[in-house]
Design a protein around this ligand. Structure first.
Ligand SMILES: Cc1cc2nc3c(=O)[nH]c(=O)nc-3n(C[C@H](O)[C@H](O)[C@H](O)COP(=O)(O)OP(=O)(O)OC[C@H]3O[C@@H](n4cnc5c(N)ncnc54)[C@H](O)[C@@H]3O)c2cc1C
Length: 496
């Protein structure tokens, strides 16, 4: 279980020490790893202020209490340290006896539970704090709701009324919470504690979305004894594919023309899959071979092509790229075969609170007329939420103050190749960086551990360099950045 205690900071000489403090906002995998690396890189007098509104060293993914919530990346891919790829596997092996029940060995490799990964992350933070001293990495519980510039640094405002002065900020806020839907009966957040509790045994539930979040929710309900039908609806009705054993496939080489056209890229990938199949190699090997260059390909695509990807290709990409461990896929197949889980392709048109539940109207694929049905609850498991329309107080404040701007698609914050936040004037903000799912629109392939662990090192180095250079005055003002087009070459083949 997660054991990192949430210590309230002792009041300290805020103003005087501000220039020697870095605030890391969000203590999921991204923020925790940046804090751990900063401890090793910052000069001795500096302090890391790790701010978290919920549980430290977990984040949405690894805070789950459910043992069946498995990692969708093999244990061999989940080391927290890019320079020590066996770190997590060795950690698991050392705890083999008490964690055996939470590791599944499959033909495609071993998969640990997400809860175990949360324990791993908590232990890493505890160990770093034990080595560094509690003041070196100070835990600040509470939600940061606003940031304003103050001299060369920032003033952080917390929901509890607290204020902290810092010299630099790292934003590791994860996925932005979905805005409230305003529709009656709709549960906006699939990850809230009450998402699947308090259900009546007799009425169906509708999950909007058929990806990994839906899989989690369906198994969660099943394990809690829920036996009524679960309808899962999405525009394409696609389910994540299962992991199979893979072998390395050479990363394809794309021409400049191919790199600028989604259709041309798709053609190349299809050609590559056919070539692999002709040699008896599974398509998964080709998809995996693209991973080190996905961020680079994303950055090279014109904005129009990226928008096209989101509209048309993303559901197909997601189900091939983010796969399920075999035993989880078997359970989902079992629920479908028994008729409990009904995957539907279609569009939700309307919902309203009725006498016996939520009256839903959907246009199902192939049906000439809209279909109406009654469910007791509708759960939003669509996943991707954007910055525009976000009600996240910190995101709203960053935009209002012009400290950050949205990436070209409005999915999250815009950043440079060194993960520096780009402000409203198009300049790389001094002393502010961001990483993890919150920069997905700028980099795309930056939401999972194999990429984040590399980015955490990169951000920690950038912060440490900025602190080292602080004594020297900045020379001139940097040129404005084109919207989320900056990184490209800098990312090539460097993300794993
Ligand atoms: C259900 C699920 C399963 C996943 N499974 C895998 C997997 O198997 N393998 C893999 O590699 N990746 C997986 N991922 C991807 C996952 O997003 C990343 O691995 C990683 O955990 C992201 O970490 P993060 O710290 O950037 O974001 P998060 O984990 O979302 O953490 C952000 C943290 O910031 C805090 N926060 C946000 N705003 C504020 C604020 N204003 N003030 C204070 N605190 C704030 C939040 O409370 C949260 O704890 C999964 C994701 C999800 C959602």
């Amino acid at each position: 279980m997660n054991t990192v205690p949430s210590l309230r900071l002792a009041p300290m000489d805020n103003e005087r020490s501000a220039g020697r403090r870095v605030a890391v906002i969000g203590a999921g995998f991204s923020g925790t790893m940046v804090a751990i690396h900063l401890h090793a890189l910052l000069p001795p007098a500096c302090q890391v202020l790790l701010c978290e509104r919920d549980r430290f060293a977990c984040g949405t993914a690894y805070a789950t209490p459910f043992a069946h919530h498995m990692l969708n990346v093999r244990a061999t891919g989940m080391s927290a340290f890019p320079a020590d790829s066996s770190h997590f596997v060795n950690w698991l092996a050392a705890r083999a006896t008490d964690r055996a029940g939470e590791v599944m060995t499959t033909e495609a490799g071993a998969f640990a539970s997400r809860r175990v990964f949360g324990d791993y992350l908590s232990e890493l933070l505890e160990t770093a704090r034990a080595t560094a001293g509690k003041r070196r990495i100070a835990l600040r519980p509470g939600e940061v709701v606003d940031i304003e510039r103050a001299g060369v640094g920032f003033r952080l405002h917390f929901a509890d009324g607290g204020v902290e002065r810092v010299g630099a900020v790292v934003l590791a806020m994860g996925n932005l919470p979905p805005p409230p839907s305003g529709m009656p009966g709709r549960l906006a957040d699939a990850w809230s504690a009450g998402a699947t509790t308090g259900l009546r045994p007799d009425l169906p539930v509708l999950i909007v979305g058929t990806g990994l979040t839906m899989i989690d929710l369906a198994l969660q309900m099943r394990d809690a004894g829920f036996a009524a039908p679960i309808i899962a609806l999405s525009r394409r009705g696609l389910l994540p594919r299962r992991h199979r054993p893979t072998t390395p496939w050479p990363t394809p080489v794309f021409t400049d023309r191919e790199r600028r056209s989604l259709l041309a890229l798709l053609d190349c990938v299809r050609r590559e899959v056919r070539a692999a199949a002709a040699r008896g190699v599974d398509w998964r090997c080709v998809i995996d071979s693209l991973r080190p260059m996905t961020a680079d390909l994303w950055c090279g695509l014109p904005p129009r092509e990226r928008a096209r990807f989101l509209r048309h290709l993303r559901p197909f990409w997601d189900v091939h790229r983010h796969r399920l461990p075999g035993p989880i896929a078997d359970r989902i197949d079992g629920m479908r075969a028994q008729g409990q889980l009904d995957i539907r392709r279609g569009r939700l048109l309307d919902m309203r609170a009725g006498e016996s539940g939520v009256e839903v109207t959907a246009r199902l694929h192939g049906a000439s007329e809209p279909t109406r049905f009654v469910v007791q609850r509708v759960i939003d498991a669509m996943g991707l939420t954007g910055l525009h329309g976000s009600v996240d107080p910190l995101a709203v404040a960053l935009m209002r103050r012009g400290l950050a701007r949205a990436d070209g698609l409005g999915l999250g914050l815009d950043v440079t190749s060194t993960l520096a936040v780009i402000d409203a004037s198009g300049h790389a903000a001094t002393q502010m960086w961001a990483l993890g799912p919150v920069v997905r629109g700028a980099l795309w392939e930056c939401t999972a551990v194999p990429e984040i662990r590399v980015h955490a090192v990169r951000v920690a180095h950038a912060v440490a360099e900025a602190f080292a250079e602080r004594r020297a005055p900045p020379v001139g003002r940097p040129r404005p950045q084109p919207r989320s087009a900056a990184p490209c070459a800098a990312w090539r083949a460097r993300t794993i």
